[in-house]
Each structure stands twice: as C-alpha cells, then as structure tokens.
Design a protein around this ligand. Structure first.
Ligand SMILES: NC(=O)c1ccc[n+]([C@@H]2O[C@H](COP(=O)([O-])OP(=O)(O)OC[C@H]3O[C@@H](n4cnc5c(N)ncnc54)[C@H](OP(=O)(O)O)[C@@H]3O)[C@@H](O)[C@H]2O)c1
Length: 290
C-alpha cells in the first residue's frame, strides 16, 4: 500500500488535507450521465481510496445528475471526520446530457439542497461556484450575484467553505471581496498551463489550487517525452504527470479521476515518486512544444 502522506498536505481553508485526493466524476455513466456500468466497482473504488488514506474527494450533484453523490453516500456514509468532500454548483444537466448554466438564486439554492440530501450531510464542507460564462474554460463575467447567494447559504450554516471553478484571475479577485475563497479548481496539467501565474499568486496567499483534468481528462495525456521520462523512472506516464503537478507548486491538491481500482492504486502511488531535475526540465518543455 502507498504511503500517500509522503506527498504532504495543504490547506482547504481551516482544513488540512493530503495532497493526493480523488475526483469522483468518472463514477457516473458514460458522458458523466446516468448510472455507471458497474455500481459495485464504483463503490469499491471509493472505499479503496479512503482505505489508502485519501481525505479529499471532489464531486458534484450534476455528475449523473445525482448519481455520483449517491454512490459516495452508499460507499462512505457515515463519513470519517477527516474526510473533506468538495462539491460544485452552477450547472444543470439537460435531458440530452448537455451542461447548462444554473446561476439564479433559486437554482443555486436548489443545487445546495440537492447536494446536502444526496450526500446525506447537514452542511457541505466546500462548495465551488463553477462558472459557466464559457463552459470549456475561464471567461470574464460578473460573479457577485451568484457568489452572494452562496455566501448567504454559508451564513445560514449550509455551506462551510467556498471556492471557485473555471475562474479567471479577475474573478478570483472579485470573489475574494465577497467571500473567503479557499480553493480554485481550473483545468491544468503538464500540457495545459494557462494558469501558471494564477497558481503562483494563490500559493503566495496560501490558497489551494486544484487542477481538473490532471491526466488530460477525456483525452488522457499522450507525449513521447512523458513516456520516455516514465520509462526511465520505471513509472507510468500518468504517475509522472501527477508527480510533476505535486512538484509544480505546494498549493496544488490532486483529484485524479478513475473508475478503476488498478488506476486508482497506480495514481496514488505517484505520492512516492520523486522526479530528478533532468526529468523536470524535460517535462517543463512539453507545454511549449504543443
Ligand atoms: N470543475 C470542473 O469543471 C471539472 C471538470 C472536470 C472534472 N472535474 C473534477 O476533476 C476530477 C479529475 O478530472 P477527470 O476525472 O475528468 O480527468 P483526469 O483525472 O485527468 O483523467 C481521468 C481519465 O483518465 C483515465 N485514467 C485515470 N487514471 C489512469 C491511469 N492511471 N492510467 C490510465 N488512464 C487513467 C480515466 O479512465 P479510467 O476510469 O478508465 O481510469 C479517465 O478517462 C474529476 O473527477 C472531477 O471531480 C472538475
């Protein structure tokens, strides 16, 4: 079994979590819609993650919708005190599996209550406001109104901490004037490094950065350099991609997603992988070569 504590810890506000966590999106059906092909396997993946020491799980009630949260509840409820479950609101799934903005006060409040009910908790540990000005990447637009709704729900005790997802640096700054922002969850990996400056700014203020698609998401990372480094180190390319993120900045928390026990164990083992300087230099050149 891997000692995932070797990768260290970081803060989500007043909570400390291990830097190797788990993203639950892959536990819904194909296209993150409907039930998984194998629910028993999904439950087993979650239980194995926690058994290996994972104390940070990322989810949303719009995965399925409702599916992933109900599987988390089935697998892990009652939750261990040390487990931090991070969810997100701001989108609604269409009957055609589409992802649609859902930012009205009524929709956000409904989403928080859906998460509470499906996870089986009285308060949500962390809620990310998932911005949808452009579904595929950060885009400017005002966030005061929706974030104020979440801040009100926080004052009512239904949300403990607030984060932002798919956010620009300007939106992070705007958000900080409305609520304490404990994490930012944006797309970032070896090959997709648009947030380099933002990560460094967040590190300086002790704010967690949680890259989604750390392995490339729906198109897993493929690079000859990555494969060559991995084979020199006797590791897999995905382990090297995760180890690189751990080295990139101390405020990065990992939530790689998988529906497979084998991949879960492989990903967690990245906590023990140390990258030599020459490997880092080669990996740093991947983004420039895209
Ligand atoms: N805020 C947002 O907008 C947003 C968007 C997307 C995702 N997220 C969150 O971020 C988490 C991570 O993102 P993600 O799951 O989409 O992408 P990811 O972690 O980059 O990659 C997941 C994909 O890689 C495969 N995989 C995982 N481990 C592997 C391994 N060791 N070897 C080979 N393939 C492997 C998975 O397939 P298998 O199931 O076959 O392992 C899956 O297809 C999600 O679970 C979700 O919680 C947030």
């Amino acid at each position: 079994m891997t000692d995932i504590a070797q990768a260290g810890t970081f803060q989500l506000g007043d909570r400390t979590v291990k830097r190797l966590g788990y993203g639950a999106m892959q536990l819904a059906g194909p296209g993150v819609f409907g039930p998984p092909r194998d629910r028993t396997a999904a439950v087993a993946v979650l239980r194995e993650a926690v058994a290996q020491g994972v104390d940070h799980i990322d989810t949303s009630d719009f995965y399925g919708p409702h599916v992933t949260n109900r599987i988390i509840r089935e697998a892990l409820h009652p939750y261990a005190d040390e487990l931090v479950i991070v969810t997100k609101v701001g989108a609604r799934r269409g009957a055609d599996a589409s992802w649609n903005p859902a930012f009205s006060a009524a929709e956000l409040t409904q989403a928080v209550h859906d998460n509470l009910r499906n996870l089986g908790v009285d308060a949500l540990d962390v809620v990310n406001l998932r911005l949808m000005f452009d579904v595929h990447g950060p885009a400017e637009g005002p966030i005061e109104a929706p974030l104020t709704v979440l801040a009100d729900l926080q004052r009512q005790g239904l949300i403990r901490r607030i984060g932002l997802s798919n956010a620009t640096p300007r939106q992070v700054a705007e958000g900080r004037r409305i609520a304490e922002i404990v994490c930012v969850q944006n797309q970032y990996n070896l090959a997709h490094r648009g947030d380099d400056a933002l990560i460094d700014d967040l590190a300086a203020s002790g704010t967690a950065y949680v890259p989604f698609f750390p392995l490339g998401g729906f198109s897993p990372l493929q690079s000859d350099t990555l494969s060559a480094v991995a084979s020199r180190l006797g590791a897999t390319p995905m382990q090297v991609a995760l180890a690189w993120l751990l080295r990139r900045s101390p405020n990065i928390l990992l939530i790689p997603g998988t529906s497979s026990l084998g991949h879960l164990r492989e990903n967690l083992a990245a906590a023990e992988l140390r990258l030599p300087e020459e490997a880092l230099a080669a990996l740093d050149r991947i983004a420039g070569a895209q």
